[in-house]
Each structure stands twice: as structure tokens, then as C-alpha cells.
Design a protein around this ligand. Structure first.
Ligand code: ADP
Ligand code: MG
Length: 302
């Protein structure tokens, strides 16, 4: 018989204790971690690498970063990405007004232009945006770069220096290196393929809809006031609907919204009528609602 302790990938008690501690710490901050998630968080910290979390909308990508910052008692600095996001909004911007005022104040004094220029391109005239803020912070931070798939390739390239070296180069000032490297979480809804260069710098974590037991656990954690038998029914029906051919499957967000709605309606049990009248909480397209209603009426049991 082989001794598991000598296997290269065998369970290591210290290691599994740390993983359990991460799961516990995240749960205290309202987030249920699988072993896979906890392992990625552990390794990201050890290897000082950003984590790229990919998966459909509403499966807990953003919340992961929030709970992590809670667990680490670190400030959460969030950069919400959108189409057209540029350097000035994400990294830094020169404070033109302040620079102008300074130039005006210097007029009449016997200073050469070079000296003034040196003054106005000083850190005092810099407006920090989220990425620079995270790099220059004295305190531990979690930097959430949310929905990175919404920006263009040019912007992605801009991130590479930060992600691999935790530094930002400002032509007028030089390179600013992080005193305290932030714990970086990037999320993507996968609306486009990210570049190899970006992926290479990150640890990859794919989040999908959870299995039944985990989703039930999440409902119990987030909507503890809901009786367990209803929580079970809700999770079962959501899974059933996810298996249908519809445009937008309900995610965990919708499961939780639905669970809260059912609680406020004060029903004892989830019957077809209740499901039908509350489908709008779960589904976002009229076509999907019609499709599910039809299935319910043609005998699908809830
Ligand atoms: N593992 C989890 N533990 C606790 N809550 C979760 C978990 N996964 C998802 N949620 C809940 O699902 C909802 C959607 O999560 P969110 O992070 O906004 O999704 P995403 O960023 O992937 O679109 C949030 O209310 C969050 O609390
Ligand atoms: Mg999100």
C-alpha cells in the first residue's frame, strides 16, 4: 500500500488547513468558496499573481473580490471597465487647472520655464485614478478590474506593466513601483477573447453556475429567513429552467432575487401558479418567459 504522505500531490495537512481557513474567512464575508476557488486565492497570494475570473454574468465574480477584501481587511479599489475607458480615467491625469494656477502664480517672478515645468510635473499635480491609487497605496488593497472584456486591446496592453511588475511608468515622472503590491482580481464575462499576453500574467479561474448543493448553500447563506423546503424547491426549479433552451439562463443573482421574492410573498410551497406569476424576477426576456410558462403548462412539474 502506498503512503499518501509520499505522493507528490498527496494531501498535506498544513495546506488543507490553510484552504479551510480561506473558505471559512470568505464565508464570514458572505461568500461560499469551492476548494478550487480557495486554492486559486491561496496560490495567487503566494505567487503574487493576479487572478483572472471568467464566467457568465451573475455567478459571483465581482462578489469574490469584495469578499476577499473583507477577509483581508484590505481596501477594495475598483476599476469598472467600459467601452472607451482610457488612461486618464483608469491610471492618472495631470491636474491642468492646478498647473495653470501655479504657472500664473509664478509669472512675474524671476523663474525660468524649465524650473516651472519641473514643478508642475510633480506628484502634487497628479490626479490618481484607481490603478495608480492601488499602486501607491500604503495600505493593503484588493484591486478589482471588473469586466475587462469591455475594453479594447490597446487598454489591455496598458495593463500589462501593472499586472506583471506592479508598477506604472509616467513619462514626466519615471516609474512608480508598488510599495504594497495589491491583490489583483480581473473579471471577464467572456464577451471577447482576451489577449495571450494578459492571460499569461494571471492565474485563471473559471466560475460557472454552481451545482445544486452549493447553490442551496448560497441561498441559505444569503436568504436565511427562507424556510429550507422552499429554498430546495427554488434551487430545483432554477436548475430545471437552466436546462431549457432559453436566451438568458437565470444566474445566482436571479436565484437569490427569486428566493427573496418568494419569501416576501409568504407562500408555503412553490406551486405552478406562484412560479408563473414570479417568473419576471427570474427571467429577463419575454420570449424566455413564454417558453418556460408553456413548459409549465404542458406538464413540467415544479
Ligand atoms: N459563491 C458565492 N457565495 C455567496 N454569494 C454568491 C456566490 N456566488 C454568487 N453569489 C451572489 O450572486 C450575486 C451575483 O454575484 P456577482 O459577483 O455580482 O456576479 P458577477 O460579477 O459574476 O456577474 C451576488 O449577490 C453574490 O452575492
Ligand atoms: Mg460583476
Amino acid at each position: 500500500m502506498q503512503n499518501s504522505a509520499v505522493l507528490p500531490f498527496g494531501p498535506n495537512s498544513d495546506q488543507s488547513k490553510i484552504i479551510d481557513e480561506i473558505k471559512e474567512g470568505m464565508k464570514e464575508n458572505g461568500y461560499l468558496c469551492s476548494d478550487t476557488i480557495a486554492n486559486v486565492l491561496y496560490l495567487a497570494e503566494k505567487l503574487q499573481k493576479p487572478v483572472l475570473v471568467e464566467g457568465p454574468a451573475g455567478v459571483g465574480k465581482t462578489e469574490l473580490a469584495k469578499a476577499l477584501s473583507g477577509m483581508k481587511k484590505a481596501e477594495l479599489i475598483r476599476l469598472q471597465c467600459y467601452e472607451g475607458l482610457d488612461e486618464a480615467k483608469a491610471l492618472y491625469e495631470w491636474n491642468y487647472k492646478k498647473q495653470l494656477l501655479h504657472i500664473q502664480a509664478m509669472q512675474g517672478k524671476d523663474l525660468d520655464w524649465e524650473k516651472i515645468e519641473e514643478n508642475i510635473f510633480d506628484e502634487d499635480f497628479l490626479l490618481s485614478r484607481p490603478l495608480l491609487k492601488a499602486i501607491t497605496s500604503d495600505k493593503p488593497t484588493v484591486l478589482l478590474i471588473d469586466e475587462i472584456d469591455k475594453v479594447d486591446l490597446e487598454f489591455e496592453a496598458l495593463l500589462l506593466e501593472i499586472l506583471s511588475d506592479f508598477q506604472i511608468s509616467i513619462p514626466e515622472l519615471g516609474t512608480i513601483k508598488a510599495k504594497n503590491p495589491p491583490f489583483v482580481i480581473l473579471t471577464s464575462n467572456n464577451t471577447r477573447e482576451l489577449t495571450e499576453a494578459l492571460k499569461r500574467r494571471c492565474l485563471f479561474l473559471f466560475l460557472d453556475y454552481p451545482d445544486m448543493d452549493r447553490e442551496l448553500e448560497i441561498v441559505k447563506l444569503k436568504v436565511p429567513e427562507l424556510p429550507e423546503h422552499l429554498a430546495k424547491q427554488i434551487v430545483r426549479v432554477v436548475r430545471l429552467i437552466r436546462s431549457m433552451d432559453i436566451k438568458k439562463s437565470p444566474s445566482i443573482s436571479e436565484t437569490l432575487d427569486w428566493a427573496r421574492a418568494i419569501f416576501y410573498l409568504g407562500v408555503d410551497s412553490l406551486d405552478r401558479q406562484t412560479v408563473e406569476t414570479t417568473l419576471n424576477v427570474l427571467l429577463k426576456y419575454q420570449g424566455d418567459m413564454e417558453r418556460v410558462t408553456q413548459s409549465l403548462r404542458s406538464g413540467l412539474r415544479v
